[in-house]
Design a protein around this ligand. Structure first.
Ligand SMILES: Cc1cc2nc3c(=O)[nH]c(=O)nc-3n(C[C@H](O)[C@H](O)[C@H](O)COP(=O)(O)OP(=O)(O)OC[C@H]3O[C@@H](n4cnc5c(N)ncnc54)[C@H](O)[C@@H]3O)c2cc1C
Length: 312
């Protein structure tokens, strides 16, 4: 343990038995054996080569805003990516993976570049947003991403947007693994005032919709209309137009807002938000979501798929 601690210190700031609850917006998670924060891209590559070569278990953490760790914690090394370089050249913003999404949204608006307005108010890093194809207001990361630089099995490779096979809250990185190092966003010049007005509008739409308690955002992916087993005519028209059945609506039909297990609860404000309202454990959350999944399946015949990354 002491030897590994010394080796890890070569790459960044290391903590032993660091509570993961402190590093996630859900405020849930036991201790990580080792927790290392990396601010330099080259050090990140070297660290990945080291842990990979030595066969040490590791987990990549961005902003921790889409994570549900278990209560026992993580046996191995949690690598918190805090790389921060951000360069704007012509219409392209290059951001290292640890840059906050909110930071590139502001950077784009300052430079009168449009395409990232939807990201206003979404927590987390560029790395997390690209891997999970984060989105809001009918837009998503894939819309303006050009390419990424990624570490995979000891190599640094470039992948284009097409190669990343983006779909709703998904990219091939989820299956293939790989650590995003940098992302390049191709934006469109626009009036600064128009960009600012759009962002203010989006922020207004978001305000009041989200509970004040710790959460990881929407817990489940909304249902693709093509997978809806029931009669589409029985659904509100807007769902068919938007091609998605919102989970919040299913929860309302089941009258399950406010349903609680231990310290976990379905938010009263937003039916797709599971909140940690009173020292919830991962077990509380998992028990709650199993009950919800079962009820949704029994009534509507659809399977709920988590958007949140669950580490059992
Ligand atoms: C209040 C609230 C509101 C939210 N609203 C939205 C919303 O409107 N739209 C939306 O899409 N999401 C939303 N989210 C969810 C969350 O903010 C996004 O999914 C975000 O993009 C996650 O980024 P992160 O850096 O926090 O990732 P993390 O939670 O740290 O990690 C998530 C996954 O990405 C992986 N990962 C992180 N960085 C890298 C990297 N560099 N390379 C490879 N893999 C990596 C992790 O290993 C993990 O598997 C919300 C969350 C909260 C708490």
């Amino acid at each position: 343990m002491q030897e590994l601690y010394k080796q890890l210190k070569e790459f960044g700031h290391v903590k032993i038995n660091e509570s993961l609850a402190k590093h996630t917006t859900f405020k849930i998670g036991g201790p990580a054996d080792f927790f290392i924060e990396i601010i330099d891209n080259q050090k990140l590559i070297e660290l990945l080569n080291f842990v990979n070569g030595a066969g040490i278990d590791y987990f990549i953490l961005g902003g921790g805003s889409n994570m549900l760790f278990n209560d026992q914690g993580f046996k191995g090394v949690v690598i918190k990516v805090r790389t921060r370089k951000l360069i704007t050249e012509n219409n392209i913003i290059m951001a290292e993976a640890g840059v906050l999404l909110s930071k590139i949204v502001v950077e784009a608006s300052k430079n009168s570049l449009s395409g990232l307005e939807w990201g206003v108010g979404i927590p987390g890093t560029v790395g997390g947003a690209v891997r999970g194809n984060a989105g809001a207001m009918g837009r998503e990361a894939a819309n303006c991403l050009e390419k990424i630089e990624m570490w995979q099995d000891g190599e640094v490779i470039e992948m284009t947007k097409e190669e990343l096979k983006f779909s709703y809250r998904d990219s091939c990185i989820k299956n293939k693994g790989g650590v995003i190092l940098k992302a390049y966003f191709k934006l469109v010049p626009a009036e600064k005032q128009t960009i600012m007005t759009a962002m203010t509008g989006y922020l207004k739409q978001r305000s009041g919709r989200y509970p004040a308690y710790p959460s990881a955002g929407s817990f489940f992916q909304n249902i693709d209309i093509a997978k809806w087993p029931g009669d589409l005519k029985a659904l509100p028209e807007i769902f068919v137009e938007r091609k998605k059945v919102p989970i919040g609506w299913l929860v309302e039909q089941l009258d399950m807002k406010g349903f609680a297990v231990g310290g976990a609860k379905i938010s009263d404000e937003h039916g797709n938000f599971i909140i940690n309202y009173k020292n919830a454990t991962q077990t509380d959350i998992l028990t709650l979501i199993e009950t919800l999944k079962e009820k949704v399946y029994n009534k509507f015949g659809v399977e709920l798929i988590p958007e949140v990354e669950i580490i059992n």
